[in-house]
Write a protein that binds this ligand. Sequence first.
Ligand code: IPE
Ligand code: IPE
Ligand code: MG
Length: 238
Amino acid sequence: MNVPNHIAIILDGNGRWAKAKGMPRSYGHVKGCANLEKICDHIKDVGVKYLTVYAFSTENWKRSKEEVEGLMKLFRSYLKKCMKSAKKNNMRVKIIGDITAFDEDIQQSIIELEEYSKDFDSIYFQIALNYGSRDEIKRAVRKLAKDVENGELKPEEIEESTIESYLDTAGIPDPDLLIRTSGEQRLSNYLLWQLAYTEFYFTDVAWPDFGKKELIEAIEKYNGRDRRYGGVKEDTNV
Ligand code: IPE
Ligand code: IPE
Ligand code: MG
């Protein structure tokens, strides 16, 4: 099986999953968060090198105060637990998104986790927190414009690779496969630049139920795809 080097996942459906069980949305987030711990093990087992998950978007602040506070509480405990998981899986963890919007202690936990795991290299795990692709591009353009203003770079020297190097995902290869759980078929402002040639896989399975079996199913579907990058596929039968 040809295993994708980089999988990106939009973890969706926690709220609906809980509602279907007659439980509050917060219960779905707790179970979704527990599943996030497991997916790193599965990724390692199947041999995927990079995993990037969408856990909280720049738009998710619009949810009720109660839901946002519940999510912050979950992030606090998750970021601490993630240290163990990083060590166990020899996994580097990086947060993408604008973390300055979070409370000081959450920002501190993020810095500690990144620092602690920076030399681990079996898998590379990116968590998108307060992430929005348009916001990422805005921040990148501002930084780039400043460097031009300071004379460090000329406008005609700006290449695609220059833009990439200003994004939160600098140095990380583009995803090969994007998975969105729970039935919606949209990007919701996720990795707009990076997903230019990525294969998309949508499943009705809600995030808390997305396990190893579902991951392998997604990879198998990906294997049947004819990836082209604009060219013509080589005839492999001759
Ligand atoms: C995804 O589940 C988790 C976050 C966005 C934080 P949702 O909370 O979006 O669940 P649904 O889509 O409402 O079911
Ligand atoms: C996308 O899911 C963001 C995350 C999974 C963190 P949403 O549930 O917030 O997206 P929409 O509102 O359905 O587009
Ligand atoms: Mg949703």
